[in-house]
Design a protein around this ligand. Structure first.
Ligand code: NAP
Length: 551
C-alpha cells in the first residue's frame, strides 16, 4: 500500500483579486492552513492590472464593496458613485491590511501546472519559479477577464513607438500631451479610454471593427452626508442586490413591455438614460432581453440618442450597431464618449470597411492608407472566463486536461466543481452566478458556498470530493437551456465565448459559460444542493488525511 503523504497546505487559493482576498479571509476564519498564490507582484487582480485612463466601476461603488464586515462598511468612504481604479485598488489593499491577509499571500507566484494525485487525493502545483507545492484542496479564483488578448497582426513587434494592451497600461504616468494616439477596440474598455483621453492627446484615431451600444454612466462625487445615508441603508442596498437578477440595485420594470403605451415606454427610457449606472439596461422592461421586436424598438430609441449627441451624421451612423440589439452584449457605460467624436482632434476609422493590414514601424496600414502614431493602445479584450484556466496545465483523474474537457464549451456542476477534477473549487467559475452579475455580489455568494462546503468536508473527515457526471450533465443542461430564451445567444462577444484573437474561439459558436437564470435563482439552486447534504457530489470514505488546523 502506498504510504500517505501530508500535503503542505490544506487549501491553496490561486489568485489574489476580489475573489481570492475574500476566500482567504473565510478560510482563515475557518482555521484552515491556506495560502494564496498570485502571479502579479501584488494583490488586486483586475484592479491591480487595469490602470488605463478612465478605468472605473460601472457598478455603483457601494454595491461593489464587500458586504461581509459591518466595520469595513462603516469605515470606508466611497468618493465617487462609480469609483476609479486607483481608489479601488486602495480599497482592496485596505481590506487585506485590515484583516491581516497579506502575510497569507505569495506574490510573483505564477502557477504553471496543477495535477491531481489520485493515489494521495491531493493537488500538486508547479510554479514558474520552479517550486512545487501540494494541497488537499485547490480553489481557483483566477478572474473572468484576466487573460488579455492582442490582435494577430503582422508587424506588431516592429512598431517604434509605445504600444500596450489596456490591461498592461504602464504603472508610471504615460505622457499623452501632444501625442498621436491610436486606440484599437471599442468594448467597455476602449469606450472608457476614448472618453477619458480625447481631450488630453494631440490626435486620437479610433479603430472600430463593430460599434457597441453604450449609454451614459452619469458619475458624480459622493459627499460625506450622502455616504452617511448610504451607510445607514447598507442592509437595504444589499437586500435589493440579492433580489435583483444582476446583483445590482437596479431591478427590472415589472410592467409588461406591451402592457404600456409607447409614450410610457419612452418616458421610462428618458428617465433611465439620465440616471446613473446600468439602470438603462437592467431596470428596463424584461422583454428587451428576450423579444426581438421589443429590443428593436428600444435599440432605435438609443440610436436616436446617439444621433443627437454626434454632430456628423455619417460618424453617428458608424457608431450605431446594426448587427445586434441593445443589451444582448455586455453594455459599456460611457462618459463623454460620443462627444469625443465631435472634437477636431478625434477621428473614427471603420476597420470593417478598411481593415488593418499590418502594424508598421511608424504606425499602421489599413486597406486605405498609412497612419503614423506615437502610441498604439490595444483595447482588444480578453480570453474570457475559461482563458485563465486554459493557461494552467490543469489535470484531473486519468491525466485528463481541463483545457481539453472545455475545448468546445464547458461543463461544471453549479459553476463551482467539475467532474473528473476532484478537490477543486471555483467560487466564480464558468456557469456560476458570477459572470452575469455585479461580480463581487456573485463572488461573495460563491466564496460563502465553497467555504461552507469545505466546513462540511472537514467536519466529515473527507479527503476527496468530486461532482458526479450526472449532476454535471444536469447543471450544464440547465445552463444551456436558458440560452434558448435569451437574445444574447445571437451575440458575438465574450459572453458567448467569441474572441477573434484566440485560435478556436473565432468561429462564433456559442460556448455556454454564463448562468442566465439571475442571482436569486442561482442562490436558491446552490442552497438546495447544500441543504440536501451536497447532493450531486461524491465523497471518499472518511480518512485520517486531514491536515492539522493552522495555529
Ligand atoms: P471586449 O468587450 O471584448 O471588446 C474588445 C474590443 O476590441 C471590441 O470592440 C472588438 O471588436 C475589438 N477587437 C478585438 N480584437 C480585435 C482585432 N483583432 N482587430 C480589431 N478590433 C478588435 O473587451 P473589453 O472592452 O476589454 O471589455 C471586456 C469586459 O471587461 C467588459 O465587457 C466588462 O465586463 C469588463 N470591463 C468592465 C469595466 C467596468 O466594470 N467598469 C470596464 C471595462 C471592461 P469586435 O466587437 O468586432 O469583436
Amino acid at each position: 500500500m502506498t504510504e500517505k503523504v501530508e500535503p503542505q497546505y490544506e487549501v491553496i487559493v490561486i489568485g489574489a483579486g476580489v475573489g481570492g482576498i475574500y476566500q482567504i479571509k473565510r478560510l482563515l476564519d475557518l482555521g484552515v492552513k491556506a495560502t494564496v498564490l498570485e502571479a502579479a507582484p501584488d494583490l488586486g487582480g483586475t484592479w491591480y492590472w487595469n490602470r488605463y485612463p478612465g478605468a472605473r466601476f460601472d457598478s455603483e461603488s457601494y454595491t461593489y464593496g464587500y458586504s461581509f464586515s459591518k466595520e469595513l462598511l462603516e469605515e470606508w468612504h466611497w468618493k465617487e458613485k462609480f469609483s476609479g481604479q486607483p481608489e479601488n485598488l486602495r480599497y482592496l489593499n485596505h481590506v487585506a491590511d485590515k484583516f491581516d491577509l497579506r502575510r497569507h499571500m505569495q506574490f510573483n507566484a505564477r502557477v504553471d501546472a496543477a495535477h491531481f494525485d489520485e493515489g494521495q487525493n491531493l493537488w500538486r502545483l508547479r510554479l514558474s519559479d520552479g517550486r512545487e507545492l501540494s494541497c488537499r484542496f485547490v480553489i481557483m479564483t483566477l478572474g473572468l477577464l484576466s487573460v488579455p488578448t492582442l490582435p494577430r497582426l503582422e508587424g506588431m513587434e516592429s512598431f517604434k513607438g509605445r504600444s500596450f494592451h489596456t490591461f498592461h497600461w504602464p504603472q508610471e504616468p504615460v505622457d499623452l500631451a501632444g501625442k498621436r494616439v491610436a486606440v484599437i477596440g471599442t468594448g467597455a474598455t476602449g469606450i472608457q479610454v476614448i472618453g477619458e483621453i480625447a481631450d488630453k492627446v494631440g490626435e486620437l484615431t479610433v479603430f472600430q471593427r463593430r460599434p457597441n451600444w453604450s449609454a451614459p454612466l452619469n458619475n458624480s462625487p459622493i459627499s460625506e452626508t450622502e455616504m452617511a445615508g448610504i451607510r445607514a441603508r447598507y442592509d437595504e442596498i444589499f437586500a435589493a442586490c440579492a433580489r435583483s437578477p444582476g446583483g445590482f440595485e437596479h431591478e427590472p420594470d415589472r410592467r409588461g413591455f406591451y402592457e404600456v403605451t409607447r409614450e410610457e415606454r419612452v418616458a421610462l427610457w428618458d428617465r433611465l438614460y439620465d440616471e446613473p449606472g446600468f439602470g438603462i439596461w437592467l431596470a428596463n422592461f424584461r422583454e428587451i432581453f428576450t423579444d426581438e421586436v421589443a429590443n428593436a424598438e428600444f435599440s432605435a430609441y438609443i440610436a436616436e440618442r446617439i444621433r443627437r449627441r454626434v454632430k456628423d451624421p455619417a460618424t453617428a451612423e458608424k457608431l450605431i450597431p446594426k448587427d445586434h440589439g441593445f443589451g444582448i452584449q455586455r453594455v459599456p457605460m460611457e462618459t463623454r464618449y460620443f462627444e469625443a467624436f465631435n472634437r477636431p482632434n478625434v477621428r473614427l476609422v471603420d476597420i470593417a470597411e478598411t481593415p488593418i493590414e499590418r502594424i508598421t514601424e511608424t504606425g499602421l496600414k489599413t486597406a486605405e492608407r498609412d497612419y503614423e502614431f506615437d502610441i498604439i493602445v490595444y483595447a482588444t479584450g480578453f480570453d474570457a472566463i475559461t482563458g485563465a484556466f486554459d493557461h494552467i496545465d490543469i489535470r484531473g483523474t486519468g491525466g485528463q486536461a481541463l483545457r481539453d474537457k472545455w475545448q468546445d464549451s464547458c461543463s461544471t456542476f453549479l459553476g463551482m466543481t467539475i467532474h473528473g477534477f476532484p478537490n477543486l473549487l471555483m467560487p466564480a467559475g464558468p456557469q456560476s452566478g458570477s459572470a452575469s452579475t455585479n461580480y463581487p455580489r456573485g463572488i461573495e455568494t460563491g466564496v460563502d458556498w465553497c467555504t461552507e462546503f469545505l466546513r462540511h468536508v472537514r467536519e466529515h473527515g473527507h479527503s476527496r470530493f468530486e461532482a458526479t457526471a450526472e449532476a454535471e450533465a444536469r447543471w450544464t443542461g440547465h445552463v444551456v437551456s436558458m440560452y434558448a430564451m435569451m437574445l444574447m445567444r445571437k451575440a458575438k462577444g465574450w459572453f458567448t465565448g467569441y474572441n477573434s484573437n484566440v485560435p478556436g474561439h473565432e468561429h462564433g459558436k456559442v460556448r455556454y459559460f454564463v448562468y442566465n437564470g439571475g442571482a436569486p435563482k442561482y442562490v436558491s439552486r446552490i442552497e438546495t444542493v447544500a441543504r440536501k447534504g451536497y447532493e450531486g457530489i461524491d465523497f471518499a470514505p472518511p480518512s485520517n488525511l486531514r491536515v492539522e488546523n493552522a495555529a
